[in-house]
Design a protein around this ligand. Structure first.
Ligand code: PLP
Ligand code: COI
Length: 346
């Protein structure tokens, strides 16, 4: 295990650096048993576990941040993650983790691993954070395709840096009509683990071609924008901020809903949640992707069938910049938090 003093805070990427402890609770006999903090490490499960054979698993992602003066550690909208995980569990036929249990777990994990929260560095353009990964999976043995009879809820944590290698620099997207991440009636609207394996092949191909990520279109007509890998898509056209509506195959991002609120209240933009064609998005004044991991990542170009459209001359647009500064300002306690989005845990 890496000790906090060995971590090079300014060289962190979005990769695993295990911290000291993790929270574990088991569901059996129709109830969740009290969770415990234990040293981070491997768990032992049956080869017939529901998660290994039939993909019965869901996860969440949220970050703990140091405030600007490094006196406290806060979480951003953690109850939204707790509620989304309840919806995800229900869709995959797993027992939901009660909101208060989720909150206790994330609080305990941050408090126990507080030395692993990257310090706030005023000079840095991209701040580090302690990424929390709550997950629930079917650990009970099962042979027929059916819900398992035992589940495990784990929260582990890792200090992380920027999701995209380039940090807060415009990313290059490949629009790939050959692959879809989610279909109508499927599980795209929840954080089911199976949604992520299907994106690895198209993402691998896109990265080999020099792109940062894949921009997915809808599975039915190949016409409307869905998501950017594991992040939501936004564009700005004139005085409107437009993002695909939550049609069931798009994840309801917590960063997405925060950006919509800030754009309306603080930037005076008109919010439009609706179907958005690729054709329209290619004419955008600015575009960006949002997510806990991706934060706000400006989009510099979109390539569709060998034609590359450059957005905002490949630079970060003023609205994107302002939204980024406002969101980070609230997350690090630099700006007031009129929405009560941050919750202090240390
Ligand atoms: N879309 C997908 C598919 C994701 O996995 C994520 C990450 O959680 C997001 C969007 C962004 O959601 P959030 O802002 O809640 O992290
Ligand atoms: C997140 O933004 O937290 C995600 O879940 C994205 C990803 C790393 C899968």
């Amino acid at each position: 295990m890496v000790t906090p003093s060995e971590i090079q805070w300014n060289e962190l990427t979005f990769s695993l650096t295990p911290s000291k402890t993790m929270y574990v609770s088991v569901f059996s006999g129709n109830q969740w048993h009290p969770g415990v903090l234990q040293p981070y490490g491997n768990i032992s499960i049956s080869p017939a576990a529901g998660v290994l054979n039939y993909g019965q698993g869901v996860f969440e992602g949220l970050k703990a941040y140091h405030t600007k003066d490094n006196v406290g550690v806060v979480l951003f909208r953690p109850r939204d993650n707790a509620r989304r995980m309840i919806e995800s569990c229900e869709r995959i036929c797993m027992p939901a983790v009660p909101e208060e249990m989720f909150m206790e777990a994330v609080r305990n994990v941050v408090q126990s691993n507080k030395e692993y929260v990257p310090p706030y560095r005023p000079e840095a353009t991209a701040q580090g954070s302690l990424y929390l990964r709550p997950m629930v999976c079917g650990t009970g043995a099962v042979l027929g395709v059916a819900p398992a009879n035992e589940y495990t809820f784990i929260v582990f944590a890792s200090p992380v840096g920027p999701y995209f290698k380039t940090g807060f620099q415009p990313i290059k997207l490949k629009v790939d009509p050959h692959y879809h991440r989610a279909a109508p009636g499927g599980t795209g609207g929840v954080k089911a683990i199976g949604n992520y394996a299907v994106g690895m092949y198209p993402a691998k191909k896109a990265k080999q071609q020099g792109f940062s990520e894949v921009l997915y279109l809808d599975a039915k007509e190949d016409k409307y924008i869905e998501e950017v890998g594991a992040a939501n898509f936004f564009c700005i056209i004139g005085k409107s901020i437009i993002t695909p509506d939550l049609n069931g195959s798009i994840l309801s991002g917590i960063t997405r809903r925060s950006v919509l609120q800030l754009a309306q209240d603080q930037l005076g933009l008109k919010v439009e949640e609706r179907r958005l064609t690729l054709e329209e998005a290619l004419k955008a004044d600015e575009a960006f992707a949002t997510g806990t991991a991706a934060v706000i990542s400006p989009i510099g170009s979109m390539t569709f069938e060998d034609k590359t459209t450059i957005i905002k001359d490949g630079k970060v647009g003023p609205y994107t910049q302002k939204l980024y500064e406002t969101l980070l300002g609230i997350q690090h306690g630099i700006l007031p938090d009129p929405y009560n989005w941050i919750e202090r845990v240390v």
